[in-house]
Design a protein around this ligand. Structure first.
Ligand SMILES: Nc1ncnc2c1ncn2[C@@H]1O[C@H](COP(=O)(O)OP(=O)(O)O)[C@@H](O)[C@H]1O
Ligand SMILES: [Mg+2]
Length: 280
C-alpha cells in the first residue's frame, strides 16, 4: 500500500501540488489525468523523490519514504522505477547496456563506475527485452531505434530494477497510435502479470479509461476526481481539462482505434513475448 498524505509542492508562492491525499493499494493501475501544468509530473517526481515535497508524507508499506536518505533513498528509487515521455536512454550505448543500467541500483558504487555487469544482469536484461519484443535489438545502438522501440527499452530498463511500483510520466505522448498501444499494452501486461502497481500520467482521457482501474483527476494542483473510469462523467472530464478538452478528448487511443485491452491470457496468446520467462 502506498499512502500519500497531504503531499504538497510549492514553487515560490504557488502550490504545483496542493495537499493531495491518496491510498493506492498494491497492484492497481492508476491513470493521472489533467491539463498541462496541473501538477501530474510534480506529483510523480515527488513519489520517487526526484522532487522534494514542501510538506506532507509518502508512506509505503508502513515506512516513511519522505525521510529516506543515502542508500535507503537509492533503494527506494529502484523500488519505484520511472519511465519518461522522452525515454531518457543513452543514445550512443547499445540497448542491452541501457537496460542493464537499471541494475546499477543493485550494485555498489565502484561496480557501477566500472560498469561491471555480471552474466545474471545480462540474462535478466535479455529476458526483460524479450518480454517487450525487443531482444533482437540488444546489440543495436539505442539512438538507431524508433520512439516506440525506445520506450519499450526504457520499460525493460525499469523492469530489471525489480520495482514494486512503475511510474510513467506521459509515456505515450511522443508516440504514434500504434506504438502508443504497444507501450500501453506492455504496461498493462506488467501490471496484471507481475502485480506491479502502475501509476501513469496520461494526457488523453480515452487511454486512461481503456487501461486504468482508477482515474485521478488533477486541476491546478488539486485532486478533483478519484474513482473508477465509469464514474468519470463527461461534464467532470471537461471541467478537469478546461480549455484543453477538445485535444484531450480527440487525440486519445479511442476504443475505435484500439479496442479494449485484452484479458491477460489473450494478451499472452497474442504476444507470447509478454509471458514471464519466455526468453528461457
Ligand atoms: N522546477 C519548477 N520550478 C518552478 N515551477 C515549476 C517547476 N516544475 C513545475 N513547475 C510548475 O508547477 C506546475 C505543475 O507542473 P507539472 O507538474 O509539470 O504539470 P503537468 O505535468 O501536469 O503538466 C506548473 O505551473 C509548472 O509551471
Ligand atoms: Mg508533465
Amino acid at each position: 500500500m502506498l499512502k500519500i498524505d497531504r503531499l504538497t509542492k510549492s514553487f515560490k508562492s504557488r502550490n504545483a501540488v496542493n495537499a493531495i491525499g491518496l491510498d493506492i493499494p498494491e497492484g492497481q493501475m492508476v491513470g493521472i489525468i489533467g491539463r498541462s501544468g496541473a501538477g501530474k509530473s510534480t506529483l510523480l517526481r515527488m513519489l520517487n523523490r526526484l522532487a522534494e515535497p514542501t510538506s506532507g508524507r509518502i508512506v509505503f508499506d508502513g515506512r516513511d519514504i519522505t525521510a529516506l536518505r543515502g542508500r535507503d533513498l537509492l533503494a527506494w528509487r529502484a523500488t519505484c522505477a520511472m519511465v519518461f515521455q522522452q525515454f531518457n536512454l543513452v543514445g550512443r550505448l547499445d540497448v542491452i547496456t541501457n537496460v542493464m543500467a537499471g541494475r546499477l541500483y543493485h550494485h555498489n558504487f565502484v561496480a557501477s563506475m566500472l560498469q561491471l555487469f555480471d552474466d545474471e544482469d545480462r540474462a535478466r536484461a535479455i529476458r526483460a527485452l524479450d518480454r517487450l519484443g525487443m531482444a533482437h535489438t540488444a546489440l543495436q545502438q539505442a539512438d538507431t531505434l524508433s520512439g516506440g522501440q525506445m520506450q519499450r527499452v526504457a520499460i525493460a530498463r525499469a523492469l530489471v530494477q525489480e520495482p514494486r511500483i512503475l511510474l510513467a510520466d506521459e509515456p505515450i505522448a511522443s508516440l504514434d497510435p500504434l506504438n502508443a498501444k504497444i507501450v500501453m499494452d506492455a504496461l498493462s501486461a506488467i501490471n496484471r502479470e507481475d502485480g506491479i502497481t502502475v501509476i501513469c500520467n496520461l494526457h488523453t482521457l480515452d487511454t486512461a479509461r481503456s487501461y486504468c482501474d482508477r482515474i485521478i483527476g488533477l486541476a491546478d494542483g488539486n485532486l478533483v476526481f478519484d474513482g473508477a473510469p465509469r464514474d468519470l462523467t463527461e461534464a467532470k472530464a471537461r471541467e478537469i481539462y478546461g480549455a484543453e478538452s477538445e485535444e484531450a478528448f480527440s487525440e486519445g487511443l479511442t476504443s475505435t482505434t484500439i479496442g479494449k485491452p485484452l484479458p491477460a491470457a489473450a494478451m499472452i496468446a497474442a504476444r507470447p513475448q509478454y509471458a514471464l520467462g519466455a526468453a528461457q
